[in-house]
Design a protein around this ligand. Structure first.
Ligand code: UDX
Length: 420
């Protein structure tokens, strides 16, 4: 078992730290944010993620997991340093490597002899080479090991990965990185660093394209009176296609897909070509949000309608609203003169001009239209009659196709789904 330092204890870093500690490694999580470190040391998880609190408590109890703000000392004792730092979208569409660069420069001379530095968060293609140059030490190797963790199921995804990707120039470094994950039963793809970096972008862009494809199919179904749920059920049973990521909705969002698709488009442009399938997928995604706005506005004749929104996060089982289609839709509604009141199980505070209520029915007080934008399981079971009592109008747009059409129509609603 190894001594590991995880630099950056955000969502990817913390999942990796608690996961590796669970596998038996001794892990220190390092972060410059002292408030975050104090919370983690006390066993607190700063975001919603199933199973995280339990694994954090287990790691702390077994003394396999600790946290510090002293990054230099932490890396000096580690055989493996995993970089899990933020790489937001830069002005040119590419991921911005400046946080990673700054961290690497300040830690380079403190790294233990013969240690391996691993990039985990999504970095621009070519980063492993750039980091190797920045570290400028013959004894320290750099390996690319992209993460494929979904928010909401991150712990499960860490423990049961579909594959592990290791990109290294040096075979010994690759073998050492593989050793971190030996307890996991997963195929391991060992390749060069550039290929590993590209795998991440291509995987996320493919998934985003698949969802956009489903959203385009949904539109076709609306035009032809087919039912998208049956159509995609019939399509997804083809094992070459599969049902995963084939659900229509209000468009994809979150902290990864929008920026990773832009990064792939921008990478292709650097080499003088348009990555056409992805150009189409991004266009469909933008249209999808606009189409949901239109569906909502069509259900009312009020010039300044009141719209109640159930679901503000970019998907269920998270409290993350980064690049959430719900927020983009709410903002577009406000732009068109609507007043928007939202409810989400994990969101408490107002977001810009979006009022947030702590109760799903209170959010509908006087509303003309209800829009369901996130697939929280609990929304399925909310009472249509009670919603009708609270509302002024009788329109419901179910952008995740999770409500029972017959229940809502029975309560007097005009029900509009996606492709159904
Ligand atoms: C994604 C990747 O899945 C993960 O491998 C990568 O490491 C990070 O990015 P995440 O951002 O947590 O994970 O969300 P994901 O579950 O992939 O969903 C992305 C978006 O697509 C959400 O807005 C979701 O609601 C939407 N979606 C997903 C659909 O609209 N339909 C689907 O069938 C699946």
């Amino acid at each position: 078992m190894s001594q590991v330092c995880v630099v950056g204890t955000g969502y990817v870093g913390l999942t990796t730290a608690v996961g590796l500690a669970h596998l038996g490694h001794t892990v220190i999580g390092a972060d410059i944010n002292d408030e975050k470190i104090a919370t983690l040391q006390a066993g607190g998880v700063p975001f919603v993620e199933e199973g995280m609190a339990d694994l954090l408590a287990e790691g702390l109890r077994r003394k396999r997991l600790s946290f510090t703000t002293d990054v230099a000392t932490a890396v000096s004792k580690a055989e493996f340093v995993l970089l899990c730092l933020p790489t937001p979208q830069g002005a040119d569409g590419n991921a911005d490597l400046s946080a990673v660069r700054a961290a690497v420069k300040s830690m380079a001379r403190h790294l233990a002899a013969d240690s391996v530095v691993i990039t985990k968060s999504t970095v621009p293609v070519g980063s492993a080479f750039e980091i190797t140059t920045l570290i400028d030490r013959g004894d320290v190797m750099v390996v690319s090991n992209p993460e494929f963790l979904r928010e909401g199921t991150a712990i499960h995804d860490f423990m049961h990965p579909d594959r592990i990707v290791i990109g290294a120039q040096d075979q010994a470094a690759a073998a050492r990185a593989v050793s971190l994950y030996l307890k996991l039963a997963a195929p391991i793809v060992v390749t060069d660093p550039v290929s590993a970096e590209i795998i991440k972008y291509v995987a996320n862009s493919f998934l985003a394209t698949k969802i956009s494809y489903a959203n385009a199919v949904a539109r076709l179904c609306e035009e032809t009176s087919a039912d998208v749920r049956d159509v995609l059920l019939g399509v997804g049973y083809d094992t070459r296609i599969g049902h995963e990521f084939l659900k229509p909705g209000p468009g994809w969002g979150g902290s990864c897909f929008p920026k990773d698709t832009q990064a792939l488009l921008s990478l292709a442009r650097q080499y003088g070509f348009e990555f056409e399938p992805l150009v189409g997928a991004v266009a469909v995604n933008d249209q999808q949000k606009a189409r949901v706005v239109d569906k909502i506005m069509k259900l009312t004749d009020k010039k300044n309608p009141v719209v109640g929104i159930w679901g503000l996060t970019f998907k269920a089982r998270t409290d993350d609203i980064r690049d959430s289609p719900s927020i983009a839709i709410a903002e577009a509604l406000i732009e068109r003169g609507a007043k928007v009141v939202g409810y989400d199980p994990t969101v408490e505070n107002e977001i810009g001009q979006i009022t947030v209520s702590s109760d799903p029915y209170a959010a509908l007080d006087g509303a003309d239209v209800l829009a369901v934008l996130t697939e929280w399981e609990e929304f399925r079971w909310l009472d249509a009659e009670k919603a009708a009592e609270a509302m002024r109008g009788r329109g419901v747009v179910d952008a995740r196709n999770i409500l029972s059409r017959s229940n809502w129509e029975h309560a007097g609603f005009e029900y509009v789904g996606i492709g159904t």
